[in-house]
Design a protein around this ligand. Structure first.
Ligand code: AQP
Length: 333
């Protein structure tokens, strides 16, 4: 079976609906017929300089949310990035093969660094996509299920893989493909429906966090920005707010957009929002119950992560050794 790899940063107490629909639901679906590896990328989260105790807590919480969403450790390998030192080691090799200009063109870096200025931006944020490339290439990954915002980083990963293969031999690493499901590739901020829903950039009212109080979530959905028309129709250019609500509704209910448009003909935005709020709450309540079960048993959670790390290292170590050797690094005796 084809190898799958993906990860999320523990940069918040809760993942949001964009993370869930853009990535996590695909992760769960890909457990059938593939060989998946899912990672909590805590080294990436260091780029926002979290409080140490907070990072530790969020790492466990993120893993517990993967499990609550349906990531099944008997079918998927689940681990924490920093438990496998090969990630940091391969990053250095890849850094030396990445152009400064090439890295400077990453739009996520440009956006995030513009907000903090040169002095407020750390080098880790700049090299973030190279660490991401290392994550993926260490596992001979074929497919990477992510949201649309990660497409450019995946292109860089592919370029680096091809560069390694051109320099050191065609079979040095596997060149991965993105796996981006169009319908949910980008979930938008409820208050600013042309910007992506984001852990760090959205205002609280624009976000639906998976671990939020369902009452608060329902209220946020009912207050989502729409437009001055009345018609419930999917049209991302003219009606970004309504289209976003329809995308979320469709993904969570399994109903098609056309079906939803049909059943809301002649009804108002208030009806759509109220029903969507019910759909979201019906999803969140059991999700949160499962999350708490996993979080409240840290010994079991840590055991799952320790087992994952051990199995991950068995895959990553020979890949790193291959790249080290072909790079001309003298083997240690
Ligand atoms: N709004 C979104 N719609 C669809 N998919 C999304 N993803 C993130 N936002 C959306 C996908 O979720 C995964 C999380 O990756 P990450 O933890 O590296 O976070 P990110 O991509 O940087 O986005 P976030 O969660 O909003 O965090 P910040 O605020 O730190 O940028 C990825 O697969 C991503 O594509």
């Amino acid at each position: 079976p084809q190898r799958i790899f993906s990860g999320m940063q523990p940069t918040s107490d809760s993942l949001h609906l964009g993370n869930y629909l853009g990535a996590l639901t695909q992760w769960v679906a890909l457990q059938d017929g593939y060989d998946p590896i899912y990672c909590v990328v805590d080294l990436h989260a260091l780029t926002v300089n979290p409080e140490p105790a907070v990072l530790r807590e969020r790492t466990r919480r993120t893993a517990a949310q993967y499990l609550a969403a349906g990531v099944d450790p008997s079918r998927s390998l689940l681990f924490v990035q920093s438990h496998v030192p090969e990630h940091a080691q391969l990053t250095w090799i890849l850094s030396c093969l990445t152009g400064y200009g090439e890295a400077s063109r990453m739009t996520q870096f440009k956006d995030k660094s513009a907000k903090h200025g040169n002095e407020g931006t750390n080098v880790g944020l700049f090299t973030y996509p190279i660490l991401m490339a290392a994550d993926i290439l260490l596992y001979d990954t074929a497919l990477v299920p992510v949201g649309e915002d990660q497409r450019q980083h995946l292109e860089l990963t592919r370029d680096l893989a091809q560069r390694l293969n051109a320099r050191f031999g065609a079979d040095t690493v596997v060149v991965p493909e993105p796996y981006i499901v169009k319908a949910t590739a980008k979930i938008y901020d409820l208050q600013e429906p042309t910007a992506k829903m984001s852990k760090t950039a959205s205002s609280p009212n624009g976000l639906v966090e998976l671990l939020d109080d369902p009452k608060v979530v329902a209220k946020r959905i009912r207050s989502a920005v729409t437009d001055t028309e009345r018609e419930i129709r999917f049209d991302t250019a003219a009606k970004p707010g309504v289209s976003n609500l329809l995308s979320i509704y469709s993904a969570l209910s399994g109903r098609t957009i056309t079906d939803l448009e049909g059943s809301y003909e002649g009804k108002g935005y208030g009806d759509l929002k109220k029903d969507l709020a019910d759909v979201v709450v019906a999803f969140l309540e059991p999700f949160q119950a499962r999350f708490h079960e996993f979080l409240d048993d840290p010994a079991q959670l840590d055991a799952v992560l320790a087992d994952g790390a051990e199995r991950a290292r068995e895959i990553a170590a020979p890949v790193l050794a291959r790249v080290y050797d072909r790079s001309g690094l003298l083997p240690a005796r």
